[in-house]
Design a protein around this ligand. Structure first.
Ligand SMILES: N[C@@H](CCC[C@H](N)C(=O)O)C(=O)O
Length: 268
């Protein structure tokens, strides 16, 4: 059976989006693995399913490139906002999106008829703590933050020197995180903004991570490095994160971009 999909990216974090109101998908874990492959698939960081919701306007499910399902994805939530508006599924500019980590409110920013960027109310971070990574690792200490999904943020003086391909998996599979963890290496710049590189659980090196950008801003505040409104500069683009520890929400603003539409056989 042929189905339509749309490839979209937010700060370079790219996913395949399927409207399940039109094309129900029965085995997303297998399809995420197959379709994410760069040479034999479509090529992406994973698969995102847009569906109906009883508690919000729409629902979002997100599968990493290894087929594992995640609770939340910041970059995908912005792209879902763009998708449902531009494909005529809604004319609302404020959208309640149901995710496995609760309802997230999307505020669409338009440029003419198109959604150019989106602000997402990401809710409150939880389980913020300093973790001792023990001996045998490049870094001894990090900050764990839960943004609906788990993150480990490690501050360093030179983020460009990190070998993500070896340090990323070592941290993703650290015994402190039996469900694995997303890993952010972060460097505070002289102006207080943060340069960050990410290794994502289930997808490896990605160009950007929305929940990771939020976790980085939270970790910065927690360790006395924060400045309230922070640009998190990643390999694929920049997200602006607004966070004050006394408030119970984080606002994430950034781009949402369509790459192309396509069709693919569901049973391939
Ligand atoms: N890219 C994402 C997060 C995707 C899920 C993550 N890899 C996990 O397994 O928790 C984002 O933009 O937040």
């Amino acid at each position: 059976m042929k189905i339509e999909f749309t490839k979209m990216q937010g700060a370079g974090n790219d996913y395949i989006y399927v409207n399940t109101l039109k094309y129900p998908v029965s085995h997303p874990e297998a399809l995420a693995k197959e379709w994410s492959k760069p040479h034999t698939g479509i090529g992406s960081d994973g698969l995102v399913l847009i569906g109906p919701s009883e508690t919000g306007d729409f629902s979002m499910r997100i599968f990493n490139a290894d087929g594992s399902e995640a609770m939340m994805c910041g970059n995908a939530s912005r792209c879902v906002g763009k998708y449902v508006y531009e494909y005529g599924l809604t004319d609302k500019k404020e959208i309640a999106l149901e995710t496995l980590s609760g309802i997230k409110t999307l505020y669409l920013h338009l440029q003419g008829e198109n959604v150019d960027s989106v602000t997402v109310d990401m809710g409150a971070p939880c389980d913020i703590r300093t973790v001792d990574l023990g001996n045998g690792y490049l870094f001894r200490e990090g900050t764990a933050v839960n943004m609906g999904n788990p993150h480990l943020v490690i501050f360093t003086h030179d983020v460009s020197a990190i070998d993500l391909l070896s340090e990323g998996p070592a941290m993703e599979h650290h015994p402190l995180f039996p469900n694995r963890v997303n890993v952010e290496f972060a460097q505070v710049l002289p102006d207080g903004n943060v340069r960050m590189r990410v290794w994502e659980r289930g997808s490896g090196i990605t160009q950007a991570c929305g929940t990771g950008a939020c976790a980085t801003a939270v970790a910065a505040a927690f360790t006395g490095r924060g400045k309230g409104k922070t640009d998190i500069i990643m390999d694929g683009g920049t997200l602006t994160i607004e966070y004050e520890p006394q408030n119970d929400r984080i606002l994430m603003t950034g781009p949402a971009t369509k790459v192309f539409d396509g069709t693919i056989n569901m049973d391939r």
